[in-house]
Design a protein around this ligand. Structure first.
Ligand code: ADP
Ligand code: ZN
Length: 675
């Protein structure tokens, strides 16, 4: 008996091994096995039961690891598709997505909900008390999606519903419907921070239905437990962040991708994939219904919905006729005259609104997409700025720790009172981040309970939930945070949302900057006024006329989309083209530049031989916006074309180019981040 084994090594090949007689009954697709390879013993996964090799020279499997398979044979075509599309070897795909490291996990762990006899059809019990009577919009949308689910073949729907229109309620009804028919459900949310509130809502609604929870904030043991509970069929509802898209949900009937526009669905390290896109692929392969939900759909998804690729379902109103928040834009250019420097952080207008809100015992959310205290510290004598040792960026001052820190590699040095370069100049500081903002807020509103939520304050496990829990219980008056606070949460006590600077996202060197800003503003606005009280939003900016701000102010997604899609069409950017990014990086600048030029030349040559000159364009090589990161110089190159097959053909060939040893070549299919 011969089998093909995929190994966690950088090659597209799988390898043939012989299964020794005593193992023949236990080895199957999905088995984890130890195999001899190049004088070592490696762990691999059986991906096919047909091997082809000269039987006399083929080596034997050494043994199996753990009990039973670690993935389902029926999911293998999906995993193989992922490997092909993202140009990532199958063995590496499996190593990335399976919650097993090396040889561990052979012990049998009791899964959540085991012994509760779930999975026998028709036994889903919904608890209610918490069930709302659906309004007309919700009923119409629910009926449509339910019909798609019952159709039993692949369908994708875009549920475009304003914040607070009751989308989650629809998801819950759909889940109940599917599970009654003994179907499996995959429910994706973009952020680990969002799983907390959702899980309590699911547990409340389906008290006897065990859940498999999967995200990177859990220990490997916990993820393994959840994974196995799905694989063994005891659990059929999986909830998680992007990696959950690979979960072995049996009889998959429904995939929900909540906040489909969110960029957290894109993984930007190791295996660069987009879980939203993969949800659609998986739905097509398994004949499941895929629901993409958002108040601010990505331009790509909305465009595809208009073309008829997704069924477009709209919920234009909030539940119970609650009004959308009133949005005001504060022109910071007019605040320049203020003597008080902190008025540039919080305008008088925003402060007045905050005071009113606090006086009524309500809560305020302040959003600023920048961490730290000061963003720039400059020597008045020599003009010197302390820069990162490893990256081509300046360091950000973090006052609480008294350090200057790099926001890309985390390198930090002690902040000196005088300039370390000229040894004497006094330091002046500019710019502000969340740390400084929280301090200013405490000074303006003494006695208020102020909390901060950003990457610095949420390092510990469970810290997200702790902060949001306190907000929900009314123990925080003002929450200051980065975009983390803008997403998905539902806190009726929050009636005022302040966007401290709408400009941070607008100026990124990225064709999606306007889209991101529009989404951020709309999503953040959506956090306000979800209770009885109408919400209010105040946006501070130096660019009050920008179209992303103006359409966000008017809650007009369609208006924004029309303007944005015209620009994309003119420039030939996605969704009118597809992109592949190559990033070349190395410890020496000269070798890196050489390698990038070589890659571009090779790409052009291949375009000729493959007959793709008309179909694909190569842009670059150019210095990456962050030209040096973590000690490595960086150059990038973009492939742009209409047809993804053409791009793949070329990208796969280019990826095989041999570059000098120290130079690394990274391929990003459908890139989102160009820094
Ligand atoms: P979305 O996901 O669209 O932002 P949610 O589903 O979270 O909206 O609903 C917002 C709030 O309205 C929640 O507190 C939810 O319990 C409540 N809600 C949902 N549907 C209804 C309804 N039909 N009637 C009254 N309240 C509802
Ligand atoms: Zn750095």
């Amino acid at each position: 008996m011969l089998v093909q084994v995929a190994l966690d090594i950088p090659t597209e090949k799988t390898f043939t091994y012989l299964v020794p007689v005593p193992l023949r009954d236990v080895v199957g697709i999905g088995s984890r096995v130890a195999v001899p390879f190049g004088g070592r013993s490696l762990v691999g996964y059986v991906v096919s039961l047909e091997g082809e090799a000269d039987v006399s020279s083929v080596k034997e499997i050494e043994g199996t690891i753990g009990e039973g398979p670690v993935f389902c044979a029926a999911d293998l075509p999906f995993y193989t598709w992922v490997a092909d599309y993202y140009l990532h070897p199958l063995g590496k795909v499996l190593a990335e997505i399976l919650p097993f490291r090396g040889r561990e996990g052979s012990r049998r762990i009791k899964a959540e909900g085991e012994g509760k006899t779930p999975g026998d059809g028709g036994r889903v019990s919904e608890a209610v008390g918490v069930r709302h009577l659906l309004n007309a919009d919700q009923r119409r949308v629910l009926d449509e999606i339910r019909r798609a689910v019952d159709g039993g073949s692949f369908q994708s729907c875009l549920l475009h519903g304003v914040t607070g229109s009751g989308k989650t309620e629809i998801y819950l009804r759909l889940i109940a419907h599917v599970m009654k028919e003994n179907g499996g459900v995959l429910y994706l949310v973009p952020e680990i921070g969002l799983t907390g509130q959702l899980i309590s809502r699911l547990r409340e609604r389906f008290p006897s239905e065990p859940l498999a929870i999967l995200h990177s904030g859990l220990t490997t043991a916990k993820r393994r437990e959840a994974w196995l509970s799905l694989l063994r069929g005891g659990v059929r509802l999986a909830v998680g962040a992007r990696s959950a898209v690979f979960a072995p949900v049996g009889n998959l009937r429904l995939i929900i991708v909540d906040e489909e526009h969110d960029e957290s669905y894109k993984q930007d390290e190791r295996m660069r994939y987009n879980a939203r896109d993969l949800a659609l692929v998986r739905g097509r392969m398994t004949g499941a219904t895929v629901v993409l939900g958002s108040a601010t759909p990505s331009v790509q998804t909305y465009y595809h919905a208009l073309l008829g690729r997704h069924r477009l379902l709209v919920m234009p109103r909030r539940v119970e006729e609650r009004p959308l928040p009133k949005v005001d834009i504060v022109d910071l250019r007019l605040e320049r005259g203020e003597k008080d420097e902190e008025s540039l952080i919080l305008s008088r207008y925003l402060r007045t609104a905050m005071r009113e809100t606090l006086n009524r015992g309500k809560q305020v959310l302040l959003l600023l997409n920048r961490r730290g205290f000061h963003t720039l510290r400059l020597c008045r004598e020599c003009g010197g700025v302390v820069r990162c040792r490893n990256c081509s960026v300046s360091l950000i001052y973090h006052a609480a720790e008294g350090v200057l820190r790099c926001h890309y590699c985390d390198y930090s040095v002690r902040a000196e009172a005088v300039c370390p370069a000229c040894g004497g100049g006094p330091i002046v500081s500019y710019g502000f981040g969340t740390e400084r903002l929280a301090e200013a807020v405490s000074r303006f509103f003494p006695g208020s309970r102020v909390a901060r939520m950003d990457r610095d304050t949420t390092k510990g496990r469970g810290s997200h939930e702790m902060i949001l829990g306190a907000l929900g219980r009314g123990e925080i008056d003002i929450l200051v945070g980065t975009q983390m606070v803008s997403k998905g949460h539902d806190y009726p006590g929050v009636v005022l949302v302040g966007i401290v600077s709408a400009d941070t996202a607008l100026h990124l060197p990225d064709f999606r900057a306007a889209e991101r800003t529009f989404q951020l503003l709309t999503q953040a606005s959506g956090r306000g006024g979800r209770g009885e009280d109408p919400g209010r939003v105040i946006i501070q900016t130096f660019n009050p006329g920008h179209y992303a701000l103006q359409w966000a102010k008017n809650h007009d997604y369609a208006g924004f989309f029309r303007q944005e899609i015209d620009l994309r069409r003119q420039l030939g950017y996605p969704p009118f083209s597809r992109l592949v990014q190559f990033l070349v990086s190395g410890p020496g600048e000269e070798k890196t530049v050489e390698a990038a030029l070589l890659l571009a030349a090779e790409g052009k040559r291949l375009m000729g031989t493959l007959g793709l000159r008309e179909n694909v364009e190569i842009v670059g090589p150019a210095e990456a916006p962050i030209a040096r990161l973590r000690g490595r110089y960086r150059r990038h190159l973009l492939l742009k074309g209409r047809d993804s097959r053409d791009l793949h053909l070329l990208a796969a060939e280019m990826g095989r180019l041999r570059l000098p040893r120290a130079v690394e070549l990274r391929v990003d299919i459908d890139p989102m981040n160009f820094l």
